[in-house]
Write a protein that binds this ligand. Structure first.
Ligand code: T6T
Length: 358
């Protein structure tokens, strides 16, 4: 063989080896894209699609409970502020009403944009399990924020639902207890109470009602609960229902409004009936209007949650998961409260806890 032929043969051989090596390196579809990722391994093995483009900023989505609610407005602010600091892209959306049938298509539309993680305040503890699990099965990290899903009080370690990475939110049984113990004290330890609530099936407000009932039971019968009404997250309906109870129970002593709109409606009815200061109101959530009512003695206690911090924490956990560090994420992260009364309303802590309205 001539020297030229030997060199040509050597080059063919090199080319063949290179082609073989290249074929071995061709990436296979991640499990999430082939539909094979069903179990929590998805957080490690299946690269979520939002992470796929190397070098791109990861995207974290927020699916909140309802538009125009100061609580979620504040949560989104906290989430966006943390995301900006951490170099994370954000998409955020929620339904026009606090309703699972309206929230589900919003979640589906968010999932279709392939975020790496979703922080979600599920508007129903059962109805959202299936679509959230479907998102998880695509390899998207799921974190509950504000509300939890399933039957086991937000315990994602051993309960019927374990796929979310964490539940970031208030201790709502404790919140309901704090609210109702405060009313019980202000009515002198005995009398009739009434609860304005949103709708059964929402983890947060169910638990607040539970905490309030526990506080009432602890009085051993001195305080009685005359009823609970559900307003569908509508302040006008809450006001109508409360007005009817004020008519029916002229000696009603106290009312617990379990969320922003429930408390707003209850307070409005008390004002309309000229019973300011006579019927005591405990207000869950802290929009500006509730603080004004506190100053005007329409209510005596405002329980401020920390939605800004919930948003911040959720993005922090999401980024840890995106970076493969799920071990450092607690399954439950309680965010705490600031309890606001006329005694501390002007402190920095209380003022910082008031929700933003836009
Ligand atoms: O109380 C908050 C939130 O915690 C709850 O889950 C739903 O209602 C609010 O958004 C206030 O309107």
């Amino acid at each position: 063989m001539s020297q030229g032929n030997v060199r040509r043969l050597a080059m063919f051989a090199l080319l063949a080896v290179a082609l073989l090596a290249l074929a071995a390196c061709t990436p296979v579809a991640p499990a999430a894209q082939t539909g094979a990722a069903a179990e929590p391994a998805a957080t490690e093995a299946a690269a979520p699609e939002g992470e796929a483009a190397a070098g791109d900023m990861p995207t974290v989505a927020l699916v909140y409970g309802v538009r125009g609610d100061g609580f979620y407005v504040t949560m989104e602010k906290g989430l966006r502020a943390a995301a900006e600091e951490m170099g994370v892209n954000v998409i955020a959306d929620g339904p026009a009403q606090f309703d699972a049938t309206l929230q589900r298509p919003i979640l589906d539309a968010v999932v279709a944009q392939n975020p790496a993680a979703i922080c979600i305040a599920a508007t129903d503890r059962q109805a959202l399990i299936e679509p959230m699990k479907a998102a998880f099965d695509r390899g998207i990290h799921i974190i509950s924020v504000d509300t939890f899903i399933g039957d086991t009080a937000g315990d994602y370690t051993t309960g019927d639902v374990t796929f979310p990475l964490s539940y970031v939110g208030s201790d709502n049984v404790e919140g309901g207890r704090i609210a109702c113990e405060a009313i019980i004290e202000s009515i002198g330890g005995s009398g009739k109470m009434y609860i304005q609530n949103v709708r059964p099936g929402i983890s947060t407000t169910d638990q607040r009602e539970q905490g309030c009932r526990e506080a009432i039971e602890a009085t051993g019968g001195a305080v009685t609960l005359v009823g609970v009404d559900y307003n569908e997250d509508n302040a006008a309906r809450a006001a109508e229902q409360t007005a009817a109870v004020l008519q029916r129970e002229p000696d009603l002593a106290g009312i617990f409004g379990t969320n922003l709109f429930s408390a707003e409606g209850a307070a409005q009815a008390v004002k309309n009936a000229g019973l300011t200061g006579v019927v005591k109101v405990a207000n869950f959530d802290a929009p500006e209007a509730a603080i004004e009512d506190l100053r005007n003695e329409v209510n005596d206690i405002v329980i401020a949650q920390l939605p800004y911090q919930m948003g911040q924490k959720c993005v922090e956990f999401a980024l840890a998961a995106i970076n493969g560090d799920t071990a450092s994420i607690p399954k439950r992260f309680p965010t705490g409260y600031v309890v606001i009364t006329r005694d501390n309303v002007d402190t920095e802590e209380a003022q910082n806890a008031i929700y933003s309205s836009q």
